[in-house]
Design a protein around this ligand. Structure first.
Ligand code: GTP
Ligand code: SPV
Ligand code: MN
Length: 600
């Protein structure tokens, strides 16, 4: 029963997988099929092919060994939220937070695009595991793609290859699955013609399937990441009693050697990578504080036997924002990307080193489109230029990131980019209030998605672009974790991005965020103070260690103050947002909000 072109024997005994690959090959008509095993030699061959065809350009091998530059199509530089769909049989299951199409219509539309699209190209079969390969919390998928760039990135970002395939086969045998009932997520991807008018990212959560056409960009094309680990996984997590979140995971080790793990949800390009790799100020390091990186973008967590939430990072690498990364802001990220890194859409210096705005004061030679740098053309690096690098290269990478059972979470942090109103940090009264704070999150849009930048929008739990089902059901799911036997983390909200009247950030941010984290850990342990306000418990400046930080009176006032007049308007806006979800919105959340709004 070998349905593959001769000399491409399928290396799996799993009929469901073989049948699907054969079906896709019939539709897309590739010149050849390559099953990826994840080996070093395979990676080296892929790189060599991409260097030969110009997909990858060499960088300075002395300063950045094993590293490459990819210049994407200039129209293909970010996620495309307006072309991203959740295709459930009932439209209300996708909710007002998603674009929806019926599964039948979406399959028909996509199959038309995919018909014959791989003629003359290689079809790569990419088995991958999201999470430590031996973790019960991990989940597998297979991505079929015609992009070698996607394969190389998937190898860095996931546990890709033979071990994942073995797990898929094992789970497949256990489940004795048929073609449409498989335990692995099936992702089909083609770069197509990279035409923005022939581009769609479709999700079929009821079938554990993804179809993505017309983009090679990270979140649109590395299907293990946002498509699987967030949109499909959030849908599965709701059914199975866990959470798939757009969160970093970081371990904070205090001078006594205790480690508190924090999971934090900030919208795209709002500081997750930076917080995950934070280096504490020198005074903290001298006392013995350490910070351990577990994950920088995605967190899967579920209650353990002791009622605490345990989290894994489903990813194995970082697809991080380059601009703003420097020896001052994020030395761990900078050290991570000194070798074996794929840079996408950065500029280069005259000696061919990768360069981006905020790195240092050198003048770049070429911009991200390969033109001679001219500041009249805009920044040298695209604002959403990225690096792809293995997590193992990060000096602060935690050995516990590989723990199959995950790490216990002490605090959940929500946060966004808010130039005004929202103070530096506050703490939720209880879980329900914490869920409301997450559901009410607002943030200014960034270059991570196409469209206007700097526009304030509601981005609940930083999941607006990523929740694979109706937000009303999602909030109900979050609320449901508060039950007898639960030992839930404390919930906080932070805002590193408050601006002063001069338009400048009032808080130094980055390493100094450690001061806010110390306060949070102190709250978790019941050791530090705060004042109660309508929005939650707010530290006063004296509750936070500000030694060595210079703050103007305006900064103190805005970072640590509560502005009742401003919040009245905010509450009104949140009320309008929540009521937009209609009767599916959980009563407990509406009541929680109404009690605050009434008291405002
Ligand atoms: P995604 O990968 O898109 O999900 O983003 P992310 O949340 O990991 O964002 P990242 O940490 O890469 O930060 C994005 C931008 O925010 C960078 O330009 C950073 O320099 C900037 N940034 C991060 N942390 C801070 C901070 O504490 N203060 C200020 N002012 N800027 C920050
Ligand atoms: C984001 O946009 O939140 C990212 C980058 O982390 S991408 O993987 O492209 O979605
Ligand atoms: Mn992200």
């Amino acid at each position: 029963m070998n349905a593959f072109p001769k000399d491409h024997q399928a290396p799996t005994t799993l009929d469901a997988l073989n049948a699907w690959v054969a079906e896709v090959a019939r539709l897309t008509q590739p010149a050849r099929i390559q099953w990826c095993d994840g080996s070093d030699s395979e990676y080296a061959e892929l790189i060599a092919e991409m260097q030969a065809d110009g997909t990858l350009l060499p960088l300075n091998a002395d300063t950045h060994p094993g590293s490459w530059l990819h210049r994407s199509d200039p129209e293909d530089v970010a996620r495309v939220e307006h072309l991203t769909f959740v295709c459930t049989s009932d439209r209300d299951d996708a909710g007002p937070n998603n674009h929806w199409m019926s599964p039948a219509d979406a399959h028909a539309k996509m199959d038309e695009l995919f018909a014959g699209c791989m003629r003359g190209r290689t079809l790569y079969v990419v088995p991958y595991c999201m999470g430590p390969i031996d973790s019960p919390l991990a989940r597998c998928g297979v991505e079929i793609t015609d992009s070698a760039y996607v394969v190389a990135n998937m190898r860095i970002m996931t546990r890709m290859g033979a071990a994942a395939l073995a797990r898929i086969e094992r789970e497949g045998r256990l489940h004795d699955s048929g073609l449409h009932n498989s335990v692995f997520v099936r992702g089909l991807h083609s770069i197509g013609e990279l035409d923005p008018d022939r581009r769609f990212i479709m999700h079929f959560p009821e079938e554990l399937a993804i179809k993505s056409y017309g983009s090679g960009y990270g979140g649109n094309a590395l299907l293990g990441k946002k498509c699987h680990a967030l949109r499909i996984a959030s849908h599965q997590a709701r059914k199975e009693g866990w959470l798939a979140e757009h969160m970093l995971i970081v371990g904070i080790e205090n001078p006594q050697g205790e480690i508190h793990y924090i999971a934090a949800a900030f919208p795209s390009a709002c500081g997750k990578t930076n917080l995950a790799m934070l280096i504490p100020p020198q005074s903290y390091r001298e006392k013995g504080w350490k910070v351990w990186t577990v994950g920088d973008d995605i967190c899967w967590m579920r209650p353990g036997a002791d009622g605490r939430l345990y989290a894994i990072n489903p990813e194995a690498g970082f697809f991080g924002v380059a601009p703003g990364t420097s020896a001052q802001s994020n030395p761990n990220a900078l050290e991570s990307v000194q070798s074996n890194t794929i840079f996408t859409n950065v500029g280069v210096t005259d000696d061919n080193q990768p360069w981006w705005e905020g790195l240092d004061d050198r003048v770049p030679a070429k911009d991200w489109q390969g033109r001679d740098y001219d500041k009249a053309n805009g920044p040298a690096a695209h604002p959403n230029s990225r690096f792809t690098v293995s997590a193992r290269q990060c000096p602060s990478y935690s050995s516990h990131a590989e723990d199959p059972q995950g790490v216990p979470i002490s605090a959940i942090v929500f946060g966004g980019r808010r130039a005004s109103l929202v103070p530096l940090v506050f703490e939720a009264r209880d879980w329900t209030h914490g869920v409301l704070i997450g559901a009410s999150m607002g943030s200014e849009t960034t270059a991570a998605a196409t469209g206007a930048v700097g526009v304030m929008r509601r981005d609940p739990m930083a999941m607006k672009p990523f929740c694979g089902y109706n937000f009303a059901d999602y909030f109900a799911h979050w609320l449901s974790f508060d039950k007898p036997g639960a030992n839930l983390p404390k919930v906080f909200h932070v805002n590193w991005f408050r601006k002063g009247d001069d338009g400048k950030f009032l808080w130094p941010g980055f390493g100094d965020n450690m001061r806010v984290i110390e306060w949070m850990v102190g709250r978790v342990k019941g050791e530090v103070g705060a004042v109660d306000t309508l929005i939650g418990a707010l530290p006063q400046a004296e509750h936070v260690n500000l030694d060595g930080v210079e703050l103007s009176p305006e900064a103190r006032d805005k970072l640590f103050g509560f502005d009742p007049d401003g919040w009245r308007g905010e509450f009104e806006d949140i009320g309008t947002f929540l009521s937009g979800f209609g009767p599916r919105m959980p009563r407990a959340l509406l009541e929680e909000h109404q009690s605050k709004a009434a008291a405002a």
